[in-house]
Design a protein around this ligand. Sequence first.
Ligand code: NAP
Length: 209
Amino acid sequence: MSRPWISTNLAISADGKISSVARRPSGWTSREDHARLLQLRESADALIVGRGTLESDRMTLTVPGKPVQPLRCVVSQTGRISADHPLFQKPGGPVHLLVTGGSTPDLPAEVTIHHGSLAGFLETLAMGLGVRHLHCEGGGQLIRALAELDAIDEFHVTLAGHALFGGMEAPTATGIGVDFLPASLDFALSHFEPRPDMGECFLSYRRAQ
Ligand SMILES: NC(=O)c1ccc[n+]([C@@H]2O[C@H](COP(=O)([O-])OP(=O)(O)OC[C@H]3O[C@@H](n4cnc5c(N)ncnc54)[C@H](OP(=O)(O)O)[C@@H]3O)[C@@H](O)[C@H]2O)c1
């Protein structure tokens, strides 16, 4: 499968959750973690999130001060995104929506809607749109789908051990699913930055071959 080089970024609680049972949006980590989130966007030609994350975090997927903004990609089975979402109001890179179900949402004309599979969309990004580096900011369901395709090259994580969320309905880095991945994926540590002042640790891992 042709695809871009793919990185992901998440903050996880001490119990491995990415949000609380109340679907608490991101923003529960430090300002430094937020700065890292923005920094990790900088080298990407395209950003991608699941519709759940787009909605709960009201994301606009932009990089402050970057002259050429990355493509803004969203994945949804239903295509259910409101046309007045901040994503469509804030200037930024072109918006590409992958709808894996059958519907065609009614969205602003400048949004490119793709139909098909996630694997096919990754190929379109690489071959049709010239995306070399795709950066994923979650959530767990989308990261799980990428992991099932073994399509994660680098995994950034902020270990925010200052929070415990609990809850069977709170997603982890690979969503809420109870099933194991088809195969475990191994990663090698490439960056280790403990931040005792914030009770957090910034980590990066590269896919081990
Ligand atoms: N801690 C962090 O760093 C961090 C980062 C990101 C998100 N979050 C939190 O995580 C929560 C959202 O996570 P989530 O696990 O629900 O995942 P998500 O992937 O953001 O959202 C799930 C939804 O996205 C769409 N989707 C995702 N993968 C898909 C695929 N392979 N094919 C088709 N559609 C797909 C579906 O949308 P449709 O329903 O439209 O079909 C699905 O219902 C939010 O509370 C957010 O605040 C935390």
